[in-house]
Ligand binder design. Structure first.
Ligand code: FUB
Length: 296
């Protein structure tokens, strides 16, 4: 394995999923000024603690014809045995398909959400699949958009788009459901600012209306934990146990371009409210022998 294909220590924007008895993390590859990575990797784990680098799954330069910069903030979904990888590329959102969660993923040929087509920036996709099997794409920066995905997962049903603004909404909108309650969570402030953090709201449908319930995860400067945001939420299969994956400035010496991923428990209270998360001290453990990356 050449140095250009090695995993690095810095990852952000974690999309956490469970497929076939294993956990998968689809992050932004971090560690470069202005988030200038052009490739995506996937990590896998049996226990959410120790993670193995499964390698590169998409390279904008060689695998995508319509954008070659700013590989950010992916999401993933499985439907009918196929895996759909949604990704940001130069302020557009694309989708690529694979028969395996670790790829290779084949780009669908054009953006599913083109830059400027809907309010806000076309970045930060996430996917929610409801109990009835209908899937939704959520995305945006400054405005959050929710749309139903088509049955083939490769386009949205445009008339279904609902746009949502809130004074605190910056980016990284994420939907989940427990019982009859839908939860929208998102990041506020700037990922380069220690105050970057996750908020949440309750609603009665994937489209809201949303009732803001305040902060879910935020910095703990006393512990050196800063800029806790851009998360995803996962119910562990077969349980009512939930976890939240998010990034923070790497400890020590991180910043908005050198971020690392943490996974913490997420508790739903008897009222249905979310209990504020106490940020864990440890980032995920990468056991790949390719670590750490060296610039040689
Ligand atoms: O990682 C690049 C960008 O930083 C993401 O798109 C934002 O959500 C922020 O985390």
């Amino acid at each position: 394995m050449g140095s250009r294909d090695r995993a690095g220590r810095f990852y952000a924007d974690p999309a956490l999923a469970a497929f076939g008895g294993r956990y998968y993390l689809y992050p932004t590859t971090d560690g470069a000024e202005d988030w200038s990575s052009t490739t995506f990797r996937v990590l896998s784990s049996a226990d959410l603690r120790e993670w193995v680098d499964e390698g590169q799954i998409l390279d904008l330069v060689s695998d995508v014809a319509w954008a070659d910069r700013f590989a950010w903030a992916p999401a993933v979904a499985e439907k009918n045995g196929l895996y759909y990888f949604y990704f940001t590329a130069a302020d557009n959102i694309g989708v690529a398909v694979s028969m395996s969660p670790v790829g290779p993923f084949i780009d669908s040929g054009g953006p599913i959400i083109a830059s400027g087509a809907f309010p806000g920036r076309a970045i930060d996709p996430s996917v929610f699949t409801d109990d009835d099997g209908a899937s939704y794409l959520v995305w945006g920066n400054s405005v959050a958009n929710v749309a139903r995905l088509s049955h083939d997962m490769l386009s949205i049903e445009e008339p279904s788009v609902v746009s949502w603004s809130h004074p605190t909404f910056r980016e990284a909108a994420h939907l989940h459901r427990r019982g009859d309650t839908y939860y929208l969570s998102w990041s506020e402030n700037d990922t380069r600012d220690p105050s970057y953090r996750v908020r949440w709201a309750r609603g009665a449908s994937p489209f809201g209306p949303w009732e803001d319930h305040g902060v879910l995860v935020e910095q703990r400067p006393d512990e050196g934990i800063l800029a806790t945001g851009h998360h995803s939420i996962l119910r562990l299969p077969g349980t009512d146990d939930w976890v939240i994956a998010y990034h923070r400035f790497a400890v020590p010496d991180g910043d908005g371009f050198h971020r690392e991923i943490v996974i913490d428990p997420l508790r739903h209270l008897p009222s249905g409210d979310l209990e504020p998360v106490t940020p864990g001290r440890s980032a995920i453990l990468l056991t790949s022998d390719a670590l750490p990356e060296t610039l040689d």
